[in-house]
Design a protein around this ligand. Structure first.
Ligand SMILES: Cc1cc2nc3c(=O)[nH]c(=O)nc-3n(C[C@H](O)[C@H](O)[C@H](O)COP(=O)(O)O)c2cc1C
Length: 364
């Protein structure tokens, strides 16, 4: 049923302004009665950060920014859902238009700028579903006009620790001026020290919530040395590689649209983010697991991410072009690949191509 509605509604959604289409999709998920997805095959289960994921296919941050529909999304078959980015105070984001579809490239450019309902409202929603089960991570960021950005992250950890399955510290959005400077070694070290200290402070009442760091695919390898070094020394629980890119690959066909400012996602960011994932994997040396994101839109691209070093996956833009059936397609392709080899274990696939990828020439 959902597949049929999905097939029928996609041309309609595509005809709409992208932001209106997104609002309509959220509304449909809120009101449509959804049966629970079929149980996942045992071999798709993943243990990471002390959590057990029924399957490795997650929804990336930015789709359900305000935690309006995490349970509907879990019922559609995602192994986990990340809500946010949430900032302490609500904010409107950048002026519209600020979301652009590059149809010929299967890409999206967004400069939304952390539009969200703010911590109080989102916390209320998550507290209401607290006992519903399922893995719902909370992606946190700083208000654009904040005078103390690190303090924003600390407050969000305190607010959400009891209702978040895990946290993602987002220092990689290109749409909040200066935010990505928090990826520089000294600033990142201070940020992580204070975030992890805040987590420790609330541990007695909230438990030990895993903290992941989400980076941009635009870091240089020298920057990446620093970032992974700091993440390891501070003992973060994992990293997400990565966010949207400010780069514009020469291969883009939607030339005019490509000039829009903002972060590019989808198929055009696949090669770069997969390379940076592999580079992160060889630097992390299994100190923590990685989530691979950027351009996953098929079983083959999902498998490529795992072989580059991802223990778990996240996608967003692929849904825009392929529809919700993509999630089941990826899970089926993973199960089939496991049956063909890899001792029927996802774990043996993780990072198997990382060394080869990092030896290759840099993606154009
Ligand atoms: C419209 C849109 C909004 C996004 N908003 C956020 C966000 O609020 N926080 C964040 O960490 N990433 C955000 N992202 C980035 C995604 O989570 C993901 O890292 C990136 O799009 C690469 O994956 P994809 O190619 O599958 O979309 C957003 C992406 C898109 C397309």
């Amino acid at each position: 049923m959902i597949g049929l509605i999905d097939r029928l509604s996609r041309p309609l959604l595509r005809a709409l302004d992208p932001e209106d289409a997104h609002a309509l999709a959220i509304k449909a998920l809120r009101y449509m009665p959804l049966a629970k997805a079929a149980a996942d095959a045992d071999e798709l289960a993943v243990r990471a950060f002390g959590l057990k994921f029924p399957n490795p296919v997650g929804l990336a941050a930015g789709f359900d920014k305000n935690a309006q529909v995490p349970d509907a999304l879990l019922r559609l078959g995602f192994g986990f859902v990340e809500v946010g980015t949430i900032t302490p105070r609500p904010q409107a984001g950048n002026p519209k238009p600020r979301l652009f579809r590059l149809d010929a490239d299967h890409g999206v450019i967004n400069r939304l700028g952390f539009n969200n309902d703010g911590a109080a409202v989102v916390h209320m929603r998550l507290a209401r579903r607290r006992n519903a089960g399922g893995i719902v991570g909370v992606n946190i960021g700083a208000n654009r006009d904040s005078t103390d950005r690190i303090e924003d992250y600390v407050r969000l950890i305190e607010t959400f620790a009891a209702v978040a399955s895990y946290f993602t510290v987002n220092v990689s959005s290109p749409n909040t001026p200066g935010l990505r400077e928090l990826q520089q070694a000294k600033a990142l070290d201070e940020l992580l020290a204070r975030v992890l200290d805040a987590r420790e402070q609330v541990r007695a009442r909230a438990g030990l919530t895993p903290v992941l760091l989400k980076i941009a695919p635009d870091l240089t390898l020298a920057d990446l040395d620093d970032v992974v070094g700091v993440a390891r020394r501070r003992r973060v629980d994992g990293m997400i590689v990565g966010n949207t890119t400010i780069a514009r690959p020469g291969s883009l066909r939607e030339g005019e649209m490509a000039r829009e400012q903002g972060g590019l996602s989808g198929r055009p960011v696949f090669s770069l983010s997969t390379r940076v994932l592999a580079e992160t994997f060889v630097r992390a040396e299994n100190a923590f697991p990685l989530i691979g994101a950027g351009g996953i839109d098929s079983g083959a691209t999902a498998i490529a991410k795992i072989k580059a070093g991802a223990t778990l996956l996240q996608l967003y833009t692929g849904l825009v072009f392929r529809g919700i059936g993509l999630v089941t397609e990826i899970k089926d392709d993973l199960t089939a690949a496991l049956k063909r080899g890899y001792r029927n274990s996802l774990a043996s696939m993780i990072g198997s191509d990382a060394a080869a990828i990092t030896a290759d020439s840099w993606p154009a």
